[in-house]
Design a protein around this ligand. Structure first.
Ligand SMILES: Cc1cc2nc3c(=O)[nH]c(=O)nc-3n(C[C@H](O)[C@H](O)[C@H](O)COP(=O)(O)OP(=O)(O)OC[C@H]3O[C@@H](n4cnc5c(N)ncnc54)[C@H](O)[C@@H]3O)c2cc1C
Length: 379
């Protein structure tokens, strides 16, 4: 009998998994809570690393489409201090496609969705409970009363995963606060800011706070302010005036990024799981991406989610008659790969919001034989 595979969550991890399984002739249903592909803005852009995100896309047969959508020039980045002095300016080789080109999240998600059969994603299916069935597999209950059964359940349902509780009770901790703004049509409406940010990323690093900005493919600029995880109500960050007051003394050419925001700032908590999280294997269920290893956002989460998907898909394809063996192998390799990355991400997050962040980040970007595997943009 065919194994029925359910993937909870149609983010980058879940869709990559469904696509690679589909290439191997294995069907899976993706249950996604959103109403459709354009129900919600997908956020900023990502740089995909050759050894993780790009490798997964190659296994998905989507490397060529990625190259046509990605923006290698988006790798350009500049680090400034609060007076506007340039500390680091990295420009990629013109036309080079060897590093970590940026791609907008919306473009990446569309690329994956377009590669799947039309009925692969069940939209508007928010999983609320998964109950082990006698004899194996799970009964799934969705918001609104739908239900379904599956033999294998893969939790790709992100930071606040419902599936996670079947495997671990690891708690999330609040590691930072991120305040976001968006500036549309920047070249025409704010040419000074467009020039300041350039085609990639800008990080203005102060004491315990970073003002970052990122160029997206649609010509907008996404602004992200990273602050320590102090016990302050998020509503206190919802006015531009209150946010500008935190940047008292900074050069006005930088704080203009806050003033130019199209609408009031949107604050959110940034959370992470404990770095050594692992669980004892349970039959018929596993996790990928943020559901498995939520980390501070310093450039690895989406890349690792996609690599999880590629590795799990390969194990399931190699062991069609024994999905539990496939899951065990995937989990052991994933724990070994993720733990040092999660530790590095936690260290970088702490460094970014420290009093000596400007010196530390500059040293980080200018020393060592290769460019570091982080993207402390926070947007
Ligand atoms: C500000 C910020 C910046 C970042 N920058 C980078 C970066 O530059 N590079 C990088 O590699 N990573 C970055 N990350 C991390 C990256 O966004 C995540 O690690 C990545 O999106 C994880 O993919 P995922 O598929 O596991 O989860 P998600 O992308 O969160 O997808 C989960 C999906 O599951 C759906 N879902 C949730 N709950 C349910 C449910 N109960 N039932 C059904 N569906 C459900 C959601 O709607 C969503 O579509 C950043 C994160 C943040 C917050």
């Amino acid at each position: 009998m065919k194994t029925r595979i359910a993937i909870a969550g149609g983010g980058l991890g879940g869709l990559t998994l469904a696509r690679i399984l589909h290439r191997h002739g294995i069907d899976a249903v993706v249950y996604e809570r959103e109403a459709g592909r354009s129900a919600r803005s997908q956020g900023g852009s990502l740089d995909l690393h050759p050894e993780s995100g790009q490798q997964a896309l190659a296994e998905a047969g989507l490397a060529a489409r990625f190259r046509s959508e990605a923006r290698p020039e988006g790798e350009e980045h500049r680090i400034l201090d609060p007076t506007g002095r340039t500390l680091v300016h990295h420009k990629p080789q013109p036309g080079a496609f060897s590093g970590r080109p940026e791609i907008d999240r919306t473009a990446l998600r569309d690329l994956l969705l377009d590669s799947l059969p039309g009925d692969a994603v069940a939209w508007q299916h928010r999983l609320v409970a998964a109950t082990p069935r006698r004899g194996g597999g799970f009964g799934l209950a969705f918001d609104g009363g739908h239900s379904a059964d599956c033999d294998v359940l893969i939790g790709a349902d992100g930071a606040r995963s419902v599936v996670r509780s079947l495997l671990t009770d690891a708690a999330l901790s609040h590691v930072a606060t991120l305040v976001e703004l968006s500036i549309s049509d920047a070249d025409r409406r704010h040419p000074d800011l467009a020039e300041l940010v350039g085609p990639g990323n800008l990080w203005c690093v102060g004491v315990n706070q970073i003002l970052a900005a990122q160029r997206l493919g649609d010509g907008s600029i996404r602004v992200g302010i990273s602050l320590p995880a102090v016990d302050r109500h998020l509503d206190t960050y919802r006015s531009k005036r209150a946010v500008l007051d935190m940047f008292d003394g900074w050069d006005p050419s930088l704080t203009a990024l806050i003033e130019a925001g199209d609408s009031p700032p949107t604050p959110r908590r940034i959370e992470a799981m404990p770095t050594g999280t692992r669980w004892t294997h349970q039959p018929g269920v596993t996790l990928i991406g943020d559901a498995a290893h939520l980390m501070p956002p310093v450039g690895e989460g989406a890349n690792q989610a996609m690599l999880d998907a590629a590795e799990l898909a390969a194990e399931l394809a190699n062991n069609p008659a024994d999905p539990d063996l496939a899951i065990c192998r995937y989990e052991e390799a994933m724990f070994t790969r993720i733990h040092p990355i999660a530790e590095m991400s936690a260290r970088v997050q702490a460094m970014m919001l420290s009093p000596t962040a400007a010196d530390d980040i500059t040293r980080f970007f200018t020393s060592g034989p290769t460019e570091p595997a982080v993207d402390p943009v926070g947007v």
